[in-house]
Design a binder for this molecule. Sequence first.
Ligand SMILES: Cc1ncc(COP(=O)(O)O)c(C=O)c1O
Length: 454
Amino acid sequence: MWVLNYSVTQKSAADPFERLRSQEFSRLDQQGQVYLDYTGAALYPESLLHSHSAALQSSVLGNPHSNNPASLQSTQSVDAARADVLAFFNADPDEYMVVFTANASNAIKLVAESFPFQSGSSFALTADNHNSVNGIRQFAARAGAHVRYLPLDRGLGVRAVAQQLAQLDTDAPSLFAYPAQSNFSGIRHALSHVETAQRLGYSVLLDAAAYVPTSALNLRETRPDFVAISFYKMFGYPTGIGALIARRSALKRLVRPWFAGGTVDYVSTQSDLYGLSAGEAAFEDGTVNFTSAVAVRSGLAFLSSLGMDRIARYVDELSEELRGALRRLRHPGGGRKVRLYGSPDHDHGGCVAFNVLDQSGRVVPYEHVEQMACDQGISLRRGCFCNPGCAEAAFGFEKAKTEACLNQQTAGAFSPRRLAQCLETHEVGCLRVSVGVANVRSDIYRLIDFLDQL
Ligand SMILES: Cc1ncc(COP(=O)(O)O)c(C=O)c1O
């Protein structure tokens, strides 16, 4: 496997990342682009493309699960990738398994459709969640489980998690789901909620999609039942592969609603008999993405060579600088130019949500700001980022009015502007800036200069 070496001797935390930028991400500077959408997707380092191409060119990979040499090579490289994923997260292979999926959403759906929800079960989730987690409520409700959101405060944090979870019935199998890092506010919710919920009788699904690209997750210290991730969010390439990292004991409690090629040892068409395969194979529908699994190994090696703790420190430094600079932006009269969402009292990762304010303190429609940023080659993100719970709390939507306005939207014709008109506000979405290993300080200041000159 291609080995990347970014070992660092410099004193400043930033130096190796400046070097990394010119070695791996020079295309940004060649094109004059500023990429600030790391929570959307990481950028792939150039060497990852080369290492993947070299690995594929020197292998003969066939469809796995057979005994021919090409098939065995694929099986071996997929198994090696599973082992690398476990090692990367310091997971005990006796305790955890890796199921490869198409992305984090598919990892979450595997849990959603197979969790033994029933009458007497609870499905608890924070209002801060990606829609791919919110969607679990459809399976839970259909099975008769009680669905309960843990609300957010105006600072977008969740309070009294233990007390709220303790109020719910967990006599039947119950699930608690939350994001380790919010994809809206960047708030890192406490990993200790995992153990709290487990002690109260819940299985825990940790959505780590937005957390693991820039923070270390140690599965010997924090032991969720299920962890969902997408690899392109960690190192940009390849897309189309993610993972459900699950405790072996938790995976055994899931009941798959169907079977498919690759998941069964036998099926009879003369009777309704079938036998699910053992372990992760029972959850990998069809052919696993065996060519991409090769690149996952190199992607993890890339992050490991930088060191996740060092990445986390660097990204925290960059995003603190970004937050500070955004807070200092003023109109000539002294009024604030930016409204940040998410209280500074919370622990934050490298993701910031904000709106621009005009001289009179009114929110400037985020679409206008985004368009102007695009014109300057700045990639940021707009909207509510598939996280409606954070939007409702951040913008102070009133429940009854929101419900009435959503009910008025005709199917297929929803638009945030129509919702804004009905709610009589400009504040129905915002802008999101998120940073990662490809970023350097000058990116932050290109954004700040742009906002300053608006
Ligand atoms: C926190 C979080 N969870 C889940 C997802 C879904 O990831 P994917 O689209 O790769 O399935 C995202 C994507 O942005 C995310 O940020």
